[in-house]
Ligand binder design. Structure first.
Ligand code: GTP
Ligand code: MG
Length: 204
């Protein structure tokens, strides 16, 4: 297993925003995390910055309901978003989440990259593929991060990745960048962290 060794800068919780009108001023570049509820967005943020309970996680879907900004060394932001596709809420509430997410995604001028998280254990799911298409159509720069790699063997992982690449190739040319991670074991975490810090460096 790959080990986490890169030192991390100071990361602090800045703000939870219930609506786009309450977001912190768009002054610093930011990296946002999205994906189905329970896919591991909050856990991935914690693994990336090596802080166990910075972002709140839960075994029950629908934990993150606000837009949460975390400041990295006062230079850039990590943004934890609510999940999509959570069935256990009313239609009206789901619409509220969708409006919040898209209100943010379509208007945030400082959004440098959106990480779309996908649970590697599942076959390509319609709502993930539809979400990706909408992100692409909106011209939002994104990368795909597969999560929970620890739940698969190396050969299962390869099979799952191949299947995803085949599916994605039907829509995307070139394929978007993909990363495979486990917040549980640290697998792929350093590689993803380096990708993000390099993006930030080339941006500023
Ligand atoms: P919402 O905020 O509800 O949308 O969920 P989320 O996407 O933020 O997921 P969260 O990080 O809260 O994790 C959901 C569950 O998955 C928790 O029980 C985590 O412990 C578990 N989990 C997250 N990442 C991993 C991983 O890499 N491996 C394993 N085995 N479990 C994980
Ligand atoms: Mg969460």
């Amino acid at each position: 297993m790959e080990r986490i060794h890169e030192p991390r800068p100071q990361v602090t919780f800045l703000k939870s925003s219930p609506g786009v009108g309450q977001l912190p001023p768009a002054t610093l570049p930011e990296v946002a995390f999205i994906g189905r509820s329970n896919v591991g967005k909050s856990s991935l943020i914690n693994a990336l910055v090596q802080r166990k309970e910075l972002a709140k996680t839960s075994g029950t879907p629908g934990k993150t309901q606000l837009i949460n900004h975390f400041s990295v060394a006062d230079r850039w932001y990590l943004v934890d978003l609510p999940g999509y596709g959570y069935a256990q809420v009313s239609q009206a509430r789901r619409k509220q989440f969708e409006d919040l997410i898209w209100g943010y995604l379509e208007r945030r001028s400082t959004l440098l990259v959106l990480l779309v998280l996908i649970d590697l254990r599942h076959p390509p799911l319609a709502n993930d593929l539809e979400f990706l298409e909408r992100v692409g159509t909106a011209g939002i720069p994104f990368a795909i991060v597969f999560t929970k790699a620890d739940k698969l063997s190396a050969s299962q992982r390869e099979g799952a990745l191949r299947r995803y690449h085949e599916t994605l190739a039907q829509t995307w040319e070139p394929l978007p960048p993909t990363y495979v991670t486990s917040s549980e074991t640290g697998y792929g975490i350093d590689t993803l962290w380096k990708y993000l810090t390099q993006l930030i460096q080339t941006h500023v």
